[in-house]
Structures are given as structure tokens and as C-alpha cells.
Design a protein around this ligand. Structure first.
Ligand code: NAD
Length: 246
């Protein structure tokens, strides 16, 4: 990935941060976008990249992430649209409409906005490049009690396939990485809310018997953006310890 320019949203924490560091190790220049200024700046500094304060649900912020990459490094080659809020916890009957709109705005419309400006830039450069949207096993299998998160993550896969088809003739690849239970601040928060131990969560969600690490998902994100995958587009790559094989 030497000299390529990569943008990572939600790059201040968890899998986003691990992806920022993995891109940097692979030789890429990295732009870190996050609403959390301190975390985002920290990850960018560690990666020798630059930070943009951006809320992916705001069109002007999504556009600014891309213009920052171009102003700072001259172009954009890859993007990992990873920023999202943690799953909602009430069923449909009890769903809070304000929470529904907020979660959909960030977890689904946020991905659309990132794609919109990233794809436009890749097209301006004459095509080529790769984008990864971070979905979830909830892109492919529902769970009672998280209607907004499940609908948003199903939508992320729909957007991924649509973008892949719309831009295949320009040599732009778009894929989704769909993690299972990964040990990040988001997963720890969800676990704490349920009062569940790490071992119990791993036994429930992973035939391999352990949670995944942020670094394992980061490797998949970078790999999908690399020249090793030039034939892969429009796919959901599942990294879940075997959960969906059941
Ligand atoms: P995390 O909470 O550790 O990190 C998310 C980052 O996104 C944070 O730095 C946060 O500040 C940032 N963010 C939140 N809202 C934002 C916004 N509006 N604009 C810009 N940045 C914003 O989460 P994580 O566990 O690393 O999750 C990363 C991705 O993986 C998410 O898309 C999540 O849905 C998905 N995922 C997580 C798991 C898991 O088990 N942790 C499983 C499947 C999918």
C-alpha cells in the first residue's frame, strides 16, 4: 500500500483505530475522521497521518474528509467507512423514534454520504481505488431487540452492492467487512449493559470460542483495499469466528 492514501471514519477507536495503524504499517498515508477529537488526533499522530473532525451524518463533514485527503496528500485511493453507533436495545413496539432516526442517520445515511464524496473523488481521478464499508453479522442475520442497528447494517450491505455495480466499469471496488463479536469499546459497552462476561459472550457468539480482535478486522479491511483483491467487489466478507456458519 506504499504511498496510497487511505481514509478511515471512526478511526479514533476500536477497529477504526486498528485499521488506521494497519494502513500506516503497510506504507499508506492515512486520514483519520472522527467526532471524538482527542481519540482521532491520537490515532492520527500514532500513524503519522492527519486528523479531520467529522460527523459522518453531516454532508459538509463527509465532503470535508475527502477534500482534506486531497489537499494534504494529493489524492484518495482507499476508504474504510467504519464509524457507527452501538446497537439499540428495545424491540420494535418499544422503539424510540428519536433513537431510530439518530442511529439510521449515522450508521446508514453516514455510509451513503461517505460513499457519495469518496466515489466522486475516485471518479475525478479517472477511476480505480477501493472502498470497504464496515457492516456486521447483523447485515446478514437479524436479532430480536436491535431493529435500528439491524436495519442499518442490512442497508449498509445494500449500499455496498449498489455502489459496487454503479462503479465497476470505472475499476472502483466496493466491499463490506462483516464482523461478528469483536473486543472493542463498543462491544465492551454492550456487554456491560447486559451484565455479561467476556467468556459468556464468546460462547454465545463464536464457535471459535473467543472474541475477535480489532487487529483481525483491520487486516481484512486493508487486505480488501489492496492489489491482492483486484477481482473482489460487491461482497460481504464475514469475520465472525464461525457464528453465521451455524
Ligand atoms: P467503537 O465504538 O470502538 O468506535 C467507533 C468510532 O466511531 C469511535 O471513535 C466514535 O467516536 C466514532 N464515531 C461515532 N459516531 C461517529 C460519527 N457520527 N462520525 C464520525 N465518527 C463517529 O466501535 P467498534 O466496535 O470499533 O465498531 C466499528 C465498526 O464495526 C462499527 O461500524 C460497528 O457497527 C461495527 N461492528 C462492531 C462489532 C463489535 O463487536 N465491536 C461487531 C460488528 C460490527
Amino acid at each position: 500500500m506504499d504511498g496510497r492514501v487511505a481514509l478511515v471514519t471512526g478511526g479514533g477507536s476500536g477497529m477504526g483505530r486498528a485499521t488506521v495503524l494497519a494502513f500506516a504499517r503497510s506504507g499508506a498515508h492515512v486520514v483519520v475522521a472522527d467526532v471524538d477529537i482527542e481519540a482521532g488526533r491520537g490515532a492520527a499522530a500514532e500513524a503519522g497521518g492527519c486528523f479531520v473532525e467529522a460527523d459522518v451524518s453531516r454532508p459538509e463533514d463527509a465532503e470535508r474528509m475527502v477534500t482534506t485527503a486531497v489537499e494534504r496528500f494529493g489524492r484518495l485511493d482507499c476508504a474504510v467507512n467504519n464509524a457507527a453507533l452501538t446497537p439499540d436495545r428495545a424491540g420494535i413496539v418499544d422503539a424510540d423514534l428519536a433513537e431510530w432516526h439518530r442511529l439510521l442517520a449515522i450508521n446508514l445515511t453516514g455510509v451513503l454520504l461517505c460513499l457519495k464524496y469518496e466515489l466522486a473523488q475516485l471518479r475525478r481521478q479517472g477511476g480505480g481505488g477501493a472502498i470497504v464499508n464496515v457492516g456486521s453479522v447483523r447485515s446478514l442475520r437479524a436479532k430480536a431487540g436491535s431493529p435500528a442497528y439491524t436495519a442499518a447494517k442490512h442497508g449498509v450491505l445494500g449500499l455496498t452492492r449498489t455502489a459496487a455495480l454503479e462503479h465497476a466499469s470505472e475499476g472502483i471496488r466496493v466491499n463490506a467487512v462483516c464482523p461478528g463479536a469483536i473486543d472493542t469499546p463498543m462491544a465492551r459497552e454492550a456487554r456491560a449493559a447486559r451484565g455479561e462476561s467476556e467468556a459468556a459472550m464468546a460462547a454465545r457468539l463464536s464457535p471459535l470460542g473467543r472474541l475477535g480482535t480489532a487487529e483481525e478486522i483491520a487486516e481484512a479491511n486493508v487486505w480488501l483495499c489492496s492489489p491482492a483483491c483486484e477481482l473482489i467487489t460487491g461482497q460481504a466478507i464475514v469475520a465472525d469466528g464461525g457464528y453465521l456458519a451455524q
